[in-house]
Design a protein around this ligand. Structure first.
Ligand code: SF4
Length: 460
C-alpha cells in the first residue's frame, strides 16, 4: 500500500480487562475473540511507562498538536484510583511539552465516586457513561451476572457528573441500539439526563453473525434511528448526537465525526493490559485474532503498527472500500459503515478480502443517510448543526494537523529557516523572541513553531 503513514491520534488504553457487569451484547466477552481470558486483569507499571514513552515519541516525530487517550476496559474503574493515577501521571509527564493530552474514560459508571472524580478533575479526564436508555431498555442487556439491574447505579453516576463540582468532566452518554426498545422512550430517557452529547451505536455484527431483526425489515435499524432523529428535531436538537451530526456534516461536504461512518482514515490504536498493540476493538466481533498485529509497546513503535496492512487499508478513503461501496451514491456519508461490520468470511472463498464488501447494515445505512437528507434538504447549510463548535473544532484540528505536517516537511528542506516565520504567521503566532537561532537550528525551527500548532489547554 502506498502513501504516507497516518499517525495515531487516538489511543485506547485498556487499564483493566475484566468487568463487573455481564452484558450479553458485549463485544469483548461475548465475541469470537476470547483473548481477554489470557490477559492480566490490570495494566502493569511497565506497560504504562512504555505506552507513555511510545506515545510521546510518536507525537514528537509526527509533530502532533494533540493526542487523545481513552482509558478503557473491561471496566476501567476496576483498575482502582491508585493505578489510574499512575496512568494519568505517566501520560501527562511524557506528553508535557510535546503535545496536548486529551484524557477520557469510558465506563459503565457503577464504581464512580467522588474519589475517582477528584482524580479525574486533577488530570482533566472527561467521563463517558454507557447507558442504553430508560430502565426497560437498559435492563435488556446491561445486567449483573446474577441478573440484577444496573440501572439505578448508572443513574447515580450520571447524577454525580451532573453536579456543579464535576459537570465539566461529563463527556456524554453512549447508547447501544436495540430495535426491540422503544426509540422515543430511549431517547427521551437520555435527554432527561441532560448529557453534553449522545452517541448511538449500532450493535456489532457481521455477515457471519448478522444483527437481530425481530420485525423482519431490512431497514429496521434505519427506521429506529430515524424515529430518534425526528424526535430530536421535534425537541429542537437539545444536545449534539454524534451520529446525526456526522451525517449532516458529510451531506454538507464536511468531515465525518465518527469512525463508524464516512471515509476518514483511521487513526486509532489499542494498547491491551499486557502491552500488546491491537487494531480497533470491535474487530473482536469478527473472528478470533482479528484485531491482533503481533506488535507490543515494549519492542515496537506506534509507527510500526501504523504501517500494518490491517491499519493501512482503513486509511485509504474511497480506495479502501469495496467495489459496491465505491459505486454507491451515499458512500461519502456512509463510507461502507464500520470496518468490522463488513466482515464476511465467504468473501475469502470467492477470492476477495473478507472485509472488501458493504456493511451488514448496508440497507440501513443507505436508508438512514437518505432519510436524514430528505428531512433536511430544504434547509440552508449553516443551519444544519446543533453544535457548530464540533465541526469548527474538527476543521480547526485539521488545519493544525496540516500546519504540523507543513512544519515537518519544511524542517526537512534547506529552505526551512526562511519558510518557518511564514508558517508561524499563518497560524497567527508571534515570532518567538528567544533569539534568531530559534529558527536557525539544524533541521528547521523548533519549539516555538511546534507550540504554535497546539490548541490551548481546555479550562479546568
Ligand atoms: S450504503 Fe451500503 S453500499 Fe453504500 S457505502 Fe454504505 S455500506 Fe457501502
Amino acid at each position: 500500500m502506498t502513501g504516507p503513514v497516518v499517525p495515531f491520534r487516538e489511543i485506547v488504553l485498556k487499564v483493566h480487562s475484566r468487568c463487573d457487569l455481564a452484558c450479553d451484547h458485549c463485544y469483548i466477552y461475548e465475541a469470537p475473540d476470547q483473548s481477554w481470558r489470557t490477559r492480566p486483569k490490570a495494566i502493569s507499571d511497565e506497560a504504562i511507562s512504555w505506552t507513555a514513552r511510545r506515545l510521546a515519541e510518536h507525537a514528537e516525530k509526527h509533530v502532533l498538536p494533540s493526542v487523545s487517550v481513552i482509558l478503557h476496559g473491561g471496566e476501567p474503574l476496576l483498575a482502582g484510583p491508585a493505578r489510574l493515577r499512575r496512568v494519568c501521571e505517566e501520560l501527562t509527564a511524557a506528553l508535557d511539552g510535546v503535545a496536548e493530552l486529551d484524557l477520557r474514560i469510558h465506563t459503565n459508571g457503577l464504581q464512580l465516586s467522588p474519589r475517582y472524580l477528584d482524580l479525574f478533575d486533577e488530570f482533566n479526564v472527561r467521563v463517558g457513561i454507557s447507558l442504553d436508555g430508560d430502565k426497560a431498555a437498559n435492563d435488556r442487556h446491561r445486567r449483573f451476572a446474577d441478573g440484577r439491574t444496573s440501572h439505578p447505579l448508572v443513574l447515580r453516576a450520571v447524577e454525580l457528573l451532573q453536579s456543579e463540582r464535576y459537570r465539566h468532566l461529563f463527556l456524554g452518554l453512549l447508547c447501544t441500539i436495540d430495535v426491540a426498545n422503544d426509540p422515543v422512550a430511549v431517547h427521551d430517557a437520555l435527554i432527561a439526563l441532560d448529557p453534553p452529547r449522545i452517541d448511538y451505536l449500532l450493535p456489532h455484527a457481521t455477515w457471519d453473525a448478522p444483527p437481530a431483526r425481530p420485525g423482519g425489515s431490512p431497514t429496521e435499524y434505519a427506521e429506529w434511528i430515524l424515529k430518534v432523529f425526528d424526535r430530536w428535531e421535534e425537541q429542537g436538537r437539545p444536545v449534539p448526537v454524534r451520529l446525526f451530526e456526522s451525517v449532516l456534516s458529510t451531506l454538507n461536504g464536511g468531515p465525518s465525526l465518527t469512525e463508524s461512518l464516512g471515509l476518514a482514515p483511521t487513526d486509532l490504536v489499542v494498547v491491551e493490559t499486557d502491552g500488546t498493540l491491537e487494531q480497533v476493538d470491535s474487530l473482536k466481533s469478527a473472528y478470533d485474532g482479528a484485531a491482533a498485529t503481533g506488535f507490543d509497546v515494549f519492542r515496537h513503535s506506534f509507527d510500526e503498527v501504523a504501517a500494518h496492512p490491517g491499519v493501512r487499508v482503513r486509511q485509504l478513503g474511497l480506495a479502501g472500500v469495496g467495489p459496491e461501496c465505491q459505486g454507491c451514491p451515499v458512500v461519502r456519508s456512509c463510507g461502507g459503515g464500520l470496518y468490522t461490520h463488513r466482515y464476511r468470511s465467504a468473501n475469502e472463498t470467492a477470492g476477495r478480502d473478507a472485509f472488501d464488501g458493504p456493511s451488514v447494515y448496508c440497507e440501513d445505512l443507505e436508508a438512514l443517510v437518505r432519510g436524514i437528507e430528505t428531512r433536511t434538504a430544504a434547509r440552508l447549510v449553516p443551519a444544519t448543526l446543533t453544535d457548530p463548535g464540533e465541526l469548527l473544532a474538527a476543521e480547526h484540528e485539521l488545519t493544525r494537523t496540516l500546519l504540523a505536517r507543513l512544519h515537518a516537511d519544511l524542517a526537512s528542506t534547506p529552505t526551512a529557516t526562511a519558510s518557518a516565520p511564514r508558517c508561524c504567521r499563518a497560524w497567527g503566532s508571534p515570532r518567538p523572541t528567544s533569539g534568531a537561532d530559534t529558527w536557525a537550528r539544524p533541521g528547521g525551527c523548533s519549539r516555538p513553531l511546534c507550540r504554535a500548532t497546539r490548541p490551548p489547554r481546555p479550562p479546568r
